[in-house]
Design a protein around this ligand. Structure first.
Ligand SMILES: O=C1O[C@H](COP(=O)(O)O)[C@@H](O)[C@H](O)[C@H]1O
Length: 260
């Protein structure tokens, strides 16, 4: 089992899309064989546009069997431009061809927006129910977690140097002081992230190059993305484009389609 993350580099987002689709579909196949459902966690941000390119017109995606959770969510109304739910809906799900079976999307309880702890606890209860982890001791294992990497190295709403990086009891935690607006959010915690069966980061564009240099060349700095690379050894794949790794010393691999 490889201990370093696999890093696939593509010319640009369009070039990346077929490989990303293939990777997601192979996770979907494995999940459907395992439990006839695909339990996937997604980030917001730039990831959604890349998912749109990869999956929107792919007939092999069994949307009706998808259970979509959020790796993190901002505590804002669902129709706010800051909502990760809203972004996924407008940026992908609303564009699916008419008649496409709809996935089950696990959003936050927006009636409790002023109580971040209550929202985090309710989301955790949803995970307990959805993953049948009744004793709430066994961590939920997403079939696939698709993550972004912020320019500061944050992923989910786990920010560099933040105390939440040490959270090892809660599965879902509130954050009231996110350095990136909006400040109030909930996030999966690191133990839940690294428990996932597969994790893929998607990072596109030159603006990601400085942070990816630190993530890959100086993992000892402990940026959240490096902590995921380390904590989920052997399960992490990066999909990046050439500008995102300009000047970064990484061992690039060529993507081999899974022949689905
Ligand atoms: O605030 C957030 O940012 C990260 C990174 O976003 P990106 O646009 O730089 O890719 C995102 O993954 C996370 O879900 C979001 O809440």
């Amino acid at each position: 089992m490889p201990s370093l993350p696999l890093i696939y580099v593509f010319q640009d987002a369009d070039d990346m899309a077929p490989a990303l689709a293939d990777y997601v579909l192979s996770a979907q196949t494995a999940a459907l064989q395992r439990h006839d459902a695909f339990k996937i966690g997604v980030s917001g941000g730039s990831l959604v546009a890349n998912l749109n390119k990869a999956l929107l017109h792919d007939p092999k995606v069994e949307w009706g069997k998808w259970h979509i959770f959020f790796a993190d969510e901002r505590l804002v109304p669902l129709d706010s431009p800051d909502s990760n739910y809203g972004l996924l809906k407008s940026g992908l799900l609303d564009q699916l061809p008419e008649g496409t079976p709809q996935p089950i999307v696990h959003g936050i309880d927006v009636t409790k927006l002023d109580d971040s702890l209550e929202i985090a606890d309710a989301y955790e209860k949803d995970l307990i129910k959805s993953f049948a982890a009744k004793d709430s001791v066994r961590l939920p294992a997403f079939d696939l977690l698709l993550l972004g990497c912020g320019p500061d190295g944050h992923t989910c709403s786990l920010f560099p140097g933040h105390e939440l990086l040490r959270e090892n009891i809660a599965w879902v935690a509130p954050i009231e002081d996110s350095p990136k607006p909006p400040p109030r959010r909930i996030t999966l915690t690191l133990p839940v992230v690294t428990q996932s069966l597969r994790i893929a980061f998607v990072a596109v564009g030159e603006s990601k190059a400085p942070v990816l240099k630190t993530v890959f060349e100086n993992p000892e700095e402990g940026l959240p993305c490096s902590l995921v690379n380390e904590g989920a050894r052997g399960k992490v794949t990066w999909f990046v484009d050439t500008p995102a790794v300009k000047g970064v010393a990484v061992q690039k691999k060529e993507y081999k389609p899974s022949n689905l």
